[in-house]
Design a binder for this molecule. Structure first.
Ligand SMILES: Nc1ncnc2c1ncn2[C@@H]1O[C@H](COP(=O)(O)OP(=O)(O)OP(=O)(O)O)[C@@H](O)[C@H]1O
Length: 349
């Protein structure tokens, strides 16, 4: 790495745009997404299903092409070096060695035909040019670090010998075996039951601190965000709608969509002694986006004209970024009382 790259953020994404060809024409599923992740930080991307979180994560290291998509604009710099447009062979080296991945379903990444020890050792051999013996020792060490008892013995087992939670630990061992600087984790705990999920998050936090990693964590669950994030990017209908440090976001969400997600958290309902409310409606399909603010058909505060006509820009407000023209008014309750009638068909939350 060059001197300049030492000072560069670990991951800098600018105006990333990803499109897929479909029978309905070309659709944009990631629309000018920008964010920065520094070393030792955890950045969560949160949003409902279909908002573009996974495609964003996959496109960062060239995994979206194999699914038929393409990066049509934007830049992804890892430690100052551009990844967009790099040859597959070069990206393959970056993946696994400098950037580790964990996905929701470990079986999609683990090969059922090889022992878990062999799979971890193979990655270490490939990226670290380690001898067989050293690679195997590293595999056992990693299994031990992720809390698998009798690691030397269990390394000889096949993936199906492990429970769901333990398989996810094996995935974490595999992803971190080469000491990556960046870990991308896409809904890694969603399929696990609550207790195992909490333990897995705790483990990830510990490893993140021990290995000085930056972590990009994709989730639809704000409870998980509260547990693990330093900074948060909220995505809706392919765009970033809010971005802020985690405390700011929870204390004072600036976008009605973020406020809606927070209101739908079971814990906030318990604390406020209010019934659990979801956000009415669903995320629009990329080929059927509403005009104006993409959230306006579901927003209790949307106003005809201002919110429904022109695209809304992301703008700096206090310590974060927000894509809502009414953000200042909405945080002042007296302004909210003076609201004109909302758009027909949308009920206030
Ligand atoms: N291979 C593909 N071809 C066409 N459209 C796709 C493809 N993969 C994803 N999409 C579309 O891209 C949009 C964003 O999907 P993405 O998986 O990134 O959402 P998400 O926020 O991660 O949701 P989830 O949590 O359900 O994965 C969706 O509308 C999805 O249908």
């Amino acid at each position: 790495m060059t001197t300049a790259s030492k000072q560069a953020p670990l991951l800098q994404v600018e105006d990333l745009t990803v499109q897929f060809p479909t029978p309905d024409g070309l659709i944009t599923v990631v629309d000018r997404v920008s964010f920065t992740l520094d070393a030792n930080r955890v950045l969560c991307i949160v949003g409902e299903s279909g908002s573009g979180k996974s495609v964003t994560a996959l496109s960062l290291v060239g995994l979206v092409q194999s699914r038929g998509g393409r990066i049509s604009a934007g830049s992804v710099r890892f430690a100052g070096e551009e990844l967009v447009g790099r040859a597959e062979k070069s990206l393959n080296t970056v993946r696994g060695r400098d950037i580790g991945f964990i996905f929701q379903e470990p079986m999609s990444s683990l090969n059922p035909a090889f022992t878990v020890g062999d799979q971890i050792a193979e990655v270490v051999r490939r990226h670290r040019k380690a001898s067989r013996r050293h690679a195997w020792a590293r595999a056992v060490e990693m299994l031990d670090r992720v809390g698998i008892a009798s690691a030397a013995q269990r390394a000889k087992d096949y993936p199906h010998h492990f429970s769901g939670g333990m398989r996810q630990r094996v995935m974490i061992a595999l992803a971190l075996a080469c000491d990556p600087k960046l870990l991308i984790a896409d809904e890694p705990t969603t399929a696990l039951d609550v207790t195992i999920q909490a333990r897995t998050l705790e483990l990830l936090k510990t490893l993140q601190r021990e290995q000085d990693m930056g972590v990009l964590f994709i989730t639809h669950d704000l409870g998980v965000v509260a547990d693990i994030a330093d900074d948060v990017v909220v995505m809706y209908a392919s765009q970033v709608v809010e971005q802020a440090p985690v405390r700011e976001l929870f204390r004072r969400p600036q976008h009605p969509y973020t406020a809606g997600l927070l209101a739908a958290m079971p814990q906030s309902a318990l604390e406020n002694n209010t019934p659990l409310v979801g956000i009415p409606g669903v995320v629009p399909q990329p080929h059927r986006l509403p005009s104006g603010c993409r959230f306006h058909p579901r927003c209790a505060h949307a106003q005809p004209g201002r919110c429904t006509t022109d695209p809304i820009q992301l703008r700096l407000l206090d310590r974060g970024l927000v894509r809502c023209v009414r953000a200042e008014e909405l945080r002042d309750p007296s302004a909210a009382q003076a609201e004109p009638a909302p758009i027909e068909g949308v009920t206030a939350q």
